[in-house]
Structures are given as structure tokens and as C-alpha cells.
Design a protein around this ligand. Sequence first.
Ligand SMILES: C[S@@+](CC[C@H](N)C(=O)[O-])C[C@H]1O[C@@H](n2cnc3c(N)ncnc32)[C@H](O)[C@@H]1O
Length: 239
Amino acid sequence: MYLVTRTTLKALFAAVMLCALPAFAQNGYTNKGITLEGIGKAYMGRDIAAVMGIAGAEWLERGERAKEEGTDKLLPLLGLQPNTVVADVGAGTGYFSFRISPLVPQGRVYAEDIQQEMLDLITARKTKGAGKNIVTVLGGVADPLLPANGVDLILLVDVYHEFSYPREMGQAMVRALKPGGRIALVEYRGEDASVPVKELHKMTEAQAKKEMAALGLQWVSTDSTTLPWQHVMIFAKAK
Ligand SMILES: C[S@@+](CC[C@H](N)C(=O)[O-])C[C@H]1O[C@@H](n2cnc3c(N)ncnc32)[C@H](O)[C@@H]1O
């Protein structure tokens, strides 16, 4: 009985994987099967990492983060104006949303995430008076649900490699950008073995350029030296 059940389960699993294969093989997606750290799926040859859960909130807000990642050095690279409308996509605890908020007093910060628990942390901090121009948005895994042509800058810090549908997320983000709007893609440097982060949570500049080009975005600049561990890559939507 045990053997029959195991065999049946194996056959069922194989059938499911076979059904899933054609879907994953389309549009740049490939099925990687079960992996230890990723989601078993690759996009344009890059293994996709699993989403950081709410348990990671403390790590995002750790005291050493500013020193380790040079987070204060990132903001001047973003070209923010007082009226810039920013979307912090995959905002997590709002680490960057709350730092950007006072720099865009006539603008707005959409703090978007797929985890309501993360947004609840942002809302709780807002009720203490900070971040009056922050608007939380609960997005979907394939669409951040931002207003069309409504955003000047989309900030993606340590999140893009977690998107389970990077192609669809990318297309939706392009729709949300105003003409000439920019995406700031901040990712741990995949070319640098000394960056103390797991491979799946890193990206190379070449890979990022390939994936952004597939969305029709134009590469503007790459800064790989200001931050200790991350690339800051800027891409723009056509005007
Ligand atoms: C490693 S955290 C980074 C948080 C924040 N950007 C920071 O640097 O402090 C990644 C966040 O991305 C979110 N995320 C993952 N996939 C997402 C998606 N498809 N759309 C929006 N957020 C997503 C996760 O829920 C998580 O809060």
C-alpha cells in the first residue's frame, strides 16, 4: 500500500511538472525543478530567489545596515526633486520610503509590497507622524497596481531578484512610469564574490541590462562603486 501511494505520488508529481513545463518555457521562463533556495523557476537564465518574509523585517531595519550598505549614499544618486513622485516597489518595512519622504515634500511616495504585514509596519510608523506623503499599496505578484503614467521614479532595492513574474512586473512598472520616468535598480553585485550575500540574491549588470532591455527600457547609467555591495543601475522609459 505504501509503495503504491509513493509511486502514485511520484507519477502525479511528474505529470504536474510536465504540465507546468510548457508554461514556464514561454516568455523567457524556464522550470528549474525543486531547488533549495530559489522558487524552482528561472527568467532569462537567472534563477529567481524566494521572497523574504515578514521575519526579515528586523534585518531590514538593523542598525548596521547604513554602514554596511551605505544607504545614505544611495539617495543623492536618485536625482530626486521636491515634487518627484516615487514608487518604492517591494518597500518592505519602508526603510527607504521614510528616508525619501522628506526629500519630496510636494511629491509622493508609493510604498508598495505584496505582504500586508510589511505595509502594516509602515502604517504604524506613519501614525506616529512620519511619512505624511507616503501612500501604501498592496500589489500583486505580477502587478504593483500603481497608477498608469503616474510615477517619476521606481526604486527597487534588493527586490527585483525576488519577483516571481519579473516580465509581467516589469511591463506593469513601465506602464506606471510617466514618459521619461526612471527605474533605479539596486542589486547586490553578482560579479563580486566578496559581497557576502547568497548568489540568488545578487545580479550582474549584464543580466540586469538584458532584462530591462526586454521591457523596452533604455539604460542610462550604472554606478558600481558608490555603494559597498550594490550596483545602482538607472533605466528610463522613452519620452
Ligand atoms: C529583501 S526585501 C527589501 C525591502 C526594501 N526594498 C528594502 O531594501 O528595505 C524584499 C521585499 O520585496 C517584496 N516583494 C517580493 N516580490 C514582490 C513583488 N512581486 N511585488 C512587490 N514586492 C515584492 C517582499 O515582500 C519584501 O518585502
